[in-house]
Design a protein around this ligand. Structure first.
Ligand code: UDP
Length: 312
């Protein structure tokens, strides 16, 4: 298959690309504007004649001459710090970028796969979040350039599927961590590991009682591939239901890094969700997928990778 992946040199996009290249006879067209992605993430793939990297922003029209069979739209800044730094680009990646990539899928008769997010549930009032939950999102708040763009992206995908008979799938990705995360994009896992390794203060926003559920990138990508290969043209949560508070996460990281860092408490960012936990029953039953890597194992791999990055 000829597979186009926007955000192909990003954190999740690069892991997905690697798996797709290693299986079967796929040719990959990786599109990225390198705003938050990096060719470093895919340099080991670029020697292959089956990989074509195109530096391009999805907010601009995309023209590919070769026939494309499958489109993954994964391009977007995705951490609160990154989308706050690039607010308009984030808004456009989810809106115009989704329309552009849907248009490309329509023209090529390709299947379409949208990377959505647990952020479509906003600051959820029900827990765990099932795919049926419509969410609790501040439409003009400080996270809205990401949350609402992704909600629009889902609406656009559903509308194109209904209107033009395109086959589409949507994955709502919950907090994912692992090698190739950007170390400076402010996410809690990287921030805390870097601080712990440097014996610097560990920054806890708010009182640290807010919860997240962390999925190791290999598990997340396995879920994405299970959905790709299934005959389900539908919306699925992919994540690890192992919910914990940020304070609990900090103790695990302190233990695994054997760090002497102290906790310091900072203001909680506006609209920071108080809880987040995926209900993955639908994915388990329909895709025969579930996460396999427990938190300590995944964090240990991540810590080893970060140590190497810091030593560079
Ligand atoms: N957080 C924190 N300290 C940090 C970075 C993040 O306490 O140094 C908190 C943040 O306020 C949020 C949670 O950790 O409640 C997860 O933040 P992240 O940016 O990783 O992702 P989010 O799930 O909010 O998109």
């Amino acid at each position: 298959m000829n597979i186009l992946i926007t955000g192909g040199s990003g954190f999740i996009g690069s892991h997905l690309s690697e798996k797709l290249l290693n299986e079967g006879n796929n040719k990959l067209f990786l599109i990225d504007n390198l705003l938050t992605g990096s060719t470093k993430n895919i340099e080991h793939l670029l020697d292959s004649e089956k990989v074509l990297f195109i530096e391009h922003d999805v907010q601009d029209h995309i023209e590919i001459e070769e026939k494309i069979d499958y489109v993954f739209h994964f391009a977007s800044a995705a951490s609160p710090v990154a989308y706050t730094e690039h607010p308009v680009n984030t808004l456009k990646a989810g809106s115009v970028g989704t329309i552009n990539t849907l248009g490309l899928a329509k023209k090529h008769g390709a299947e379409y796969f949208l990377a959505s997010t647990s952020e479509v549930y906003g600051d959820p009032l029900v827990t765990p979040q099932t795919e049926e939950y419509w969410g609790n999102v501040n439409p003009n708040g400080e996270r809205s350039m990401y949350d609402e763009a992704k909600r629009f992206a889902e609406a656009a995908t559903a509308t194109y599927a209904r209107t033009y008979d395109i086959k589409t799938k949507i994955v709502r990705i919950f907090n994912t961590y692992g090698p190739r995360m950007q170390l400076n994009d402010g996410r809690v896992v990287t921030n805390l590991i870097v601080q712990a390794l440097n014996n610097e203060d560990i920054t806890i926003y708010g009182d640290g009682s807010q919860t997240r559920s962390f999925s190791y990138v290999e598990d997340t990508v396995a879920g994405i591939l299970a959905l790709m290969k299934s005959d389900k043209y539908d919306v699925f949560n992919i994540g690890n239901p192992n919910e914990m508070s940020i304070k609990e996460l900090s103790s695990v990281i302190l233990k695994l890094t054997d760090s002497k860092s102290n906790l310091v408490y900072k203001d909680l960012p506006n609209d920071d969700p108080k809880q987040r936990r995926p209900d993955i029953t639908k994915a388990k039953e329909n895709l025969n997928w579930e996460p396999k890597v427990d938190l300590e194992t995944g964090l240990t791999f991540t810590i080893e990778w970060i140590k190497k990055e810091l030593a560079k």
